[in-house]
Design a protein around this ligand. Structure first.
Ligand SMILES: [Zn+2]
Ligand SMILES: [Zn+2]
Length: 884
């Protein structure tokens, strides 16, 4: 390798080279090291169908920072990677590829279809893994897991059987969320509620014994009226008291239904009388059970009307709605339609409106599992960051509902449930065998005529075991003992219920131990307008494109530096320029240092050297600033304040190290102490930069004299807090302020930037004057000053320009530099011109014709300009007053 850094940083070659080296040298692998404290993270497994998006990039960059940081801190780290089989999503993807061959999964049959999915996984399943590698993720790839692996599947079965044996899993008929497109049940969490502009339809049902009298019911889903088996009113409702117990004739299907009274009925909603459809609504389901009503399902699984819908049979639910309304109108039974906002569940995989649907499913009883998971968080064994998520979690857990876990799809873990036909023939409720292995015969009757349940389990039923099933649970092993519980979980807010809460429950139930100690919830990536980034909206920024254009380190650094703790991220492509520019800055500064470095000068033990050697102010100052930064970055990382840590790294390097230090030391760069300090700061800085920008830090690290091993294997710099010196910091800040003031003075008077000038500093305070003596060489150097005179009093004289600043006067003698008379004339002329402009603008803004007619933003723009000009005049007047 070239010892010298190339003129320009090339992210692409650097990144590919180092990632390969790290992987080949097994630097990502976590081993049992009894003398070290373990620190493990399980990756939120991306869907096997996944393509890297900004959300992934953010989520995994944060995990990578933690892993690299903790490793440098001396912990034994392990980042467990894997992918999720993503039941519905993957099945949908493969069905789409089949559709191109004009095939449906039913044409292939279950076995062949599942084979196709595995083939698909073989071909495309590693896409997301390779993309995570491009992002620099230090995952232990030798441990890569997949939720459909044989061992993992065994864990899923084991959990199902154990819960069944504990009577925490049951089968039953309930109203569940049904996706007519995916043709499967969904859990409550999988049916995301979206507000829609709908209608409230008022339908008139005639009384049986007096067809001229009606009761009007209001509904948002009129097509379900075909399945009504009662009308309910509140017993306190005076309007309907006399009708309770009487019968109505359900229009269109001519079924006799009863009027019942129940105190759950809201008298304020609609007409106060509601239709009861026990097979199509969860509340009506409860009423149906309570009053022994008939359950009539009027739809097929693909949301078409079934034979119970009589003449509407075969129509799609929305088409049936239209026809039913038309028919009711003809019969004069549609009283009115009024607009109504309603919240409808949508399938989280395909966005179809879900149908509340009566069906036989498997459920997990959640309350008993939730109890210990609530207390673990209340006791602080698990902490959420930011803390506000604790409340969200506890709220949901307190109101937790049973979890519908069966899915009517083919891709996933088949339920370990078998039915004995012989036993079922006698009693349909009997004959269920739940077993870890396929039973040879029915344990009750000995029949071998057993069939396995057709359903598969909810994908989350496998992912809730992720923190321990990835370690081959239920097998006992040393890895699991060492690395479980894991340390930190990094995830997005939308899966707190789906995943985080359930993992806590599963950990406590099956491992009797929490799955992780800290949960860091990061924000959602949005576009600059605040819209969630999504492929369908077309506003997504592709992280791989950014990597190709700016480099991985730039992507990572930019993302992290704008992610304040737990807040959403507003992203535009330009934001990544900051990261790229920063990488270039680091590159150029390092190149400058390495070119000027004399390796024989820097071979010293820092602790000894600093004690023996009297360092000058600038070197003391940069060490002080470095250690203050080190201290800050460490604390910020420990508190999950990633953006603050990134910004501390940025401002130290860019402003203090490059803008000031490297400029100040140029005249003394060959001096031994400067060589030592400049090198040590760079070398230590690269280490603390490494978790954020792993590639560029490694590339430069390898060029350091005597660099051994990878930067990944280095330790986090030891904090020498005795070198943090606030006094030096203040002193140097004073010199920077003076230098900036002099630089401004030069620009204000158009002094040739190359020409050297004289400066007088007048300070009454004796101590400040003493300090300024120390700073003299720095000021002279950077402000291009020939003679710097320190005086104790400011005495105005002709031919000079003076600026007051804090308790000192900065005075620039102008003799031979600029012509004062001309300067004054120039300024006066400028001010005059500007004043005229002010007058014009004022007149314009006083003109009602203009302000009333012109667009608001134009008027506002003019006001803004006016105040800018006034500011400019003030500034010029200050300069004018400083001129003698
Ligand atoms: Zn769906
Ligand atoms: Zn049997």
């Amino acid at each position: 390798m070239d010892k010298e850094l190339s003129k320009q940083y090339n992210p692409e070659t650097t990144e590919n080279k180092w990632y390969k080296t790290w992987e080949e040298n097994k630097l990502f692998s976590g081993k049992i090291s009894p003398e070290k404290t373990p620190y493990s993270i399980v990756i939120p497994p991306p869907n096997v169908t996944g393509i890297l998006h900004m959300g992934h990039a953010l989520n995994n960059t944060i995990q990578d920072i933690l892993i690299r940081y903790k490793k440098m801190r001396g912990l034994e780290t392990l980042w467990m990677p894997g992918t999720d089989h993503a039941g519905i999503a993957t099945q949908n993807v493969v069905e789409k590829t089949l559709a191109k061959e004009k095939l449906k999964r039913q044409d292939l049959g279950r076995e062949k279809f599942v084979e196709r999915v595995w083939e698909w996984k073989q071909l495309y399943g590693a896409t997301i893994i390779n993309q995570l590698k491009k992002l620099g993720c230090a995952c232990d790839w030798d441990r890569l897991r997949f939720t459909m692996d044989q061992d993992y599947s065994a864990a899923v079965t084991e959990v199902f059987v154990r819960l069944y044996e504990k009577k925490l899993i049951y089968q039953g008929y309930y109203i569940i969320n049904w996706c007519p497109r995916c043709q499967t049940a969904l859990s409550d969490e999988e049916a995301s509620h979206i507000e829609l502009e709908g209608n409230l339809y008022y339908l008139k049902y005639p009384l049986k014994d007096n067809p001229r009298e009606f009761i009007t019911v209001a509904t948002t889903r009129p097509e379900t009226m075909l399945g009504d088996t009662a009308v309910a009113v509140n017993p306190k409702d005076k309007r309907y008291k006399k009708y309770v117990g009487k019968c109505l004739v359900l229009p269109l299907v001519n079924r006799t239904i009863k009027i019942i009274a129940d105190n759950t009925i809201d008298m304020q909603f609609g007409t106060g009388a509601v239709k009861v459809t026990p097979a199509h609504d969860p509340n009506d389901y409860a009423l149906g059970k309570k009053y022994g009503l008939e359950f009539i399902n009027v739809m097929t699984p693909d949301a078409k009307m079934n034979e119970a819908a009589q003449k509407y049979r075969g129509l799609d639910r929305f088409k049936a709605r239209e026809e039913i309304l038309d028919d009711l109108k003809t019969l004069n039974l549609l009283e009115k339609i009024s607009p109504h906002k309603l919240s409808a569940g949508h399938c989280y995989r395909c966005n179809t409106i879900v149908e509340p649907y009566l069906s036989k499913q498997w459920f997990v009883k959640m309350k008993p599992l939730a109890r210990p998971a609530i207390s673990a968080v209340k006791k602080g064994q698990i902490k959420f960051h930011p803390e506000r998520w604790t409340k969200v979690y506890l709220n949901w857990m307190d109101n937790i509902q049973d979890w519908c876990v069966s899915r009517q799809i083919w891709w996933g873990h088949r339920l370990p449930v078998y039915y004995c036909r012989n036993c079922q023939a006698k009693n349909p409720e009997k004959g269920i065998v739940v077993s870890r292995d396929k039973p040879e015969q029915c344990p009750k009757c000995g029949s071998a005529d057993l069939t396995q349940d057709q359903d598969v389990l909810d994908t989350w039923f496998s992912s809730w075991l992720w923190p321990f099933a990835t370690f081959y649970w239920p097998k006992d092993n040393a890895d699991q003992k060492y690395f479980y519980p894991t340390a930190t979980l990094v995830t997005a807010p939308e899966i707190i219920f789906f995943w985080v809460a359930r993992m806590i429950m599963a950990g406590l139930e099956f491992k009797q131990a929490i799955p992780f100690k800290d949960v860091y919830i990061h924000g959602t990536v949005r576009d600059s307008q605040g819209k969630k980034m999504s492929k369908s909206l077309g506003n997504a920024i592709d992280p791989l494109e950014i990597i190709a254009e700016y480099g991985t380190d730039a992507l990572r650094f930019s993302l992290i530096s704008i992610t304040s703790q737990g807040q959403d991220i507003y992203l535009s492509k330009e934001r990544f320029e900051q990261g790229r520019n920063f990488a270039n800055k680091i590159w150029n500064a390092s190149r400058f240092i390495l070119i000027n470095l004399k390796p024989e000068e820097i071979r010293v033990d820092l602790c000894v050297y600093f004690k023996a050697e009297k360092l000058d102010t600038v070197n003391r100052w940069i060490l002080s600033r470095f250690y203050a930064t080190l201290d800050k970055v460490g604390r910020e990382l420990d508190n999950f304040k990633f953006n603050e840590a990134a910004n501390s790294l940025y401002s130290f390097f860019w402003h203090e190290f490059c803008d000031w230090y490297l400029e100040l030391i140029k005249p003394q760069i060959n001096q031994k102490q400067t060589q030592v300090v400049m090198y040590k700061v760079l070398e230590k800085y690269l280490r603390i930069l490494h978790p954020f920008m792993p590639f560029i830090s490694e590339e430069i690290w390898q060029r350091l004299p005597g660099a051994e091993n990878s930067i990944m294997q280095q330790s986090w710099p030891h904090l020498q807090s005795e070198l943090i010196n606030r006094g030096d910091d203040l002193l140097m800040e004073l010199s920077f302020e003076i230098i900036n003031t002099i630089r401004n003075m030069r620009t204000e008077l158009d002094v040739n930037p190359a020409s050297r000038i004289d400066i007088q500093l007048a300070v009454t305070d004796k101590n400040t004057r003493k300090s300024l003596e120390i700073l003299e060489p720095y000021i002279k150097n950077l402000a291009k000053v020939d003679n710097l005179t320190l005086t104790d009093k400011y005495s105005p004289q002709k031919n000079q320009y003076a600026v007051v600043f804090k308790n000192l006067h900065v005075v620039m003698p102008l003799e031979g530099v600029v012509d004062v008379g001309q300067q004054i004339k120039k300024i006066d002329l400028k001010v005059e011109k500007l004043k005229l402009e002010v007058k014009n603008k004022e007149a314009m803004l006083e003109n009602k014709n203009f302000t009333a007619r012109a667009p608001v933003e134009i008027v506002e723009g003019e006001r803004e300009k006016l105040s800018q000009i006034r500011e400019q005049i003030k500034k010029l007047e200050v300069i004018r007053n400083g001129l003698r």
